[in-house]
Design a protein around this ligand. Structure first.
Ligand code: MN
Length: 128
């Protein structure tokens, strides 16, 4: 069974990019644009991994990661944080919030698929 990935991203073009890349690698992809819907959507589909844009309207991705980590049901889902700004401070904030991995934009096909594969393997999930 292919791994189920929940992509949280408010930018349409980025969502389309992640969708195309991840589906072409055989993942089962669900897209969420609105941060307010993330917690319900995570519980509904039980993703094997979440990619979390940090810069979202209304609620920050860091706050969503903290909330997911506080809930026993969602605590162990691997999360890759994606930020618009490169830099040590951004990465440290994401990891401190509970992210398992970190990517700065622009996200390339290789960096995205490598970090997802790595996070899934670390969690004992079969590739694809
Ligand atoms: Mn954004």
């Amino acid at each position: 069974m292919s791994a189920r990935i929940l992509v949280v991203e408010d930018d349409l073009l980025n969502r389309m990019f992640y969708h195309e890349v991840l589906e072409s690698r055989g993942y089962d992809v669900t897209l969420v644009a609105d941060g307010a819907l993330v917690l319900d959507e995570v519980k509904r589909i039980s993703p094997d991994l979440i990619t979390m844009d940090i810069q979202l309207p209304h609620i920050s991705g860091l706050r969503l990661i903290r909330k997911l980590r506080e809930d026993a049901v969602t605590r162990d889902i691997p999360i890759i944080a994606i930020t618009a700004f490169a830099g040590r401070g951004e990465q440290e904030k994401a990891m401190a919030a509970g992210a398992n991995g970190y990517l700065s934009k622009p996200v390339t096909v290789d960096r995205l698929s490598n970090s997802i594969r790595q996070a899934l393997e670390t969690n004992g999930h079969a590739i694809g």
